[in-house]
Design a protein around this ligand. Sequence first.
Ligand code: ATP
Ligand code: MG
Length: 597
Amino acid sequence: MTAPANTPGKDEHKPSNFLRGIIERDLEAGTYAQRRFAGTPGDAAHHAAGPLDPARIRTRFPPEPNGYLHVGHAKSICLNFGLARDYGGVCHMRFDDTNPEKEEQEYVDSILDAVQWLGFGWEANGFSHLYYASNYFDFMYRAAEYLIEAGLAYVDEQTPEEMRANRGDFTTPGKDSPFRARSPQENLARFREMRDGKHPDGAMVLRAKIDMASPNINMRDPAIYRIKHATHHNTGDAWCIYPMYTFAHPIEDALERITHSLCTLEFEDQRPFYDWVLERLAEGGLIAHPLPRQYEFARLNLTYVVTSKRKLAQLVNEGHVDGWDDPRMPTIVGLRRRGYTPEALQLFAERIGVSKADSWIDYSTLDIALRDDLEGKAARAMAVLDPVKLKLTNWAEVFGSAGHLESCSAPAHPARPELGKREFRLGAEVWIEREDFMEQPPKGYHRLYPGNKARLKYGYVVECTGCDKDEAGNVTAVLARLIPDTKSGTPGADSVKVKGVITWVGATDGVAAEVRLYDRLFTEAQPDAGGRDFKTVLNPDSKKVVTAYVEPSLAQASPDTRFQFERHGYFVADRKDHSAASPVFNKITGLKDSWAK
Ligand code: ATP
Ligand code: MG
């Protein structure tokens, strides 16, 4: 992993957005300039003993390790790591693993892999900023005891139903719990009983003591600790009480000296509580000023895609797709297997920017970013996806032997001569696309039909003479005569003018390959809008598998190599299934936008 490139300040090439504006103002005002950072997370005393923070800002990406990341997370990763990189800061990779029940190592591994694949790392200034929120349980517990002692938290033994009823609603203020007036000593004793496993799950909770009449319901004495007799993947059975997310999150940010804590809009109403926790703990000297600040941005909604871990899990578990890394999945592992590049996802994230208003982003925005990235990178190749044989009936006559093979070559990339040339051979029989022959062509059709001439790309001009058919009338082979001295790149190439150019693969050295043609997974742009069951709008034709013929060199391609199959679009050698012995390619996307409405 490499340290983020530290180019402090504004990057003129990046479109501005409200978060960049906030950070630039903070940098100008020196809001965080005097902040100390001890190199590792810790409380006020820990950081006070450290040097001035070499990072100008600190952000964090804090997933819960309870599933595979999706394209929405990619936006958040690019945003948090990207802002840190652009402003001379550091982004922390933090697992928000405070909930004991749902987390697994498999997810931790895949998340780390996804972040690195996207091009980011968490090593900076000689430290690895990879953190687990569960390592802060001791501090969180201490913070809770501090709040109790300060008269700012109490143990509530109302039933969950009573608590709900007494919380009130938008129009009715809440009612104080009968346990609200307990003394700090009583509360502390009760809380320690909770910690010591003296009470069953749900018997009581620790609540912040704020204001049961607050217009913001989140401020009506929110719960901060609950009893949960569950084994945690990191702390085992050390704890049977766990902090609530809304209490844990600001503490995690403070211990890590985060400056800008970016989250999605649904947390906007939680911000007053986020600030309340931090301010109270700072008053108690547990954490240091300046405090982290939370900013909210709109989550990514992408057309033809669902971005909820729960819904994605349904697709996998009910067999609608072939696993988390199915190339149709919007998971990062799925996009990667499909052939998306990290650069395309970064470009996409930059182009969509961030805003404070929820909206749907058109899938074509992602598709265009992908094509913009692949265009300059992907080597070209010919492939025939719906093959029919073309027989050159005068081959032996022209070349003196039916078995003669004529070497042809083409640039690997039309705009990048440094990538060299690719070689393949033309013989008496080649594969062409079935649609490149018609017995009775419509007007404007310039490919093969009896009497018409067309060029085999990078090869010779041929003149179609007819076709062979089976008993049912299906075309089994197309027949043509090669016109001598018309080879591409030779002086005679232009002696015969043609309007049609045909892609082909030699029948002798072409290689059969499995090609998986993918299309959108849903038929509706907003598959789960308005509470619709997204499984009722699955596209039955989202995957089609064909046996194609490809240029010989493609069999040797290493997995994950991307190509532009001329005229067909972009394809990638499948990272799991491709081998020289049995080549497998996934269609990444077409050459033109097929997503626009
Ligand atoms: P899901 O709803 O799919 O379970 P989540 O929000 O619970 O997602 P977390 O693992 O808690 O997932 O999120 C990690 C980070 O990614 C959070 O900061 C969250 O705000 C961000 N994030 C998740 N989904 C999106 C999205 N669609 N667009 C932008 N950011 C997102
Ligand atoms: Mg979540």
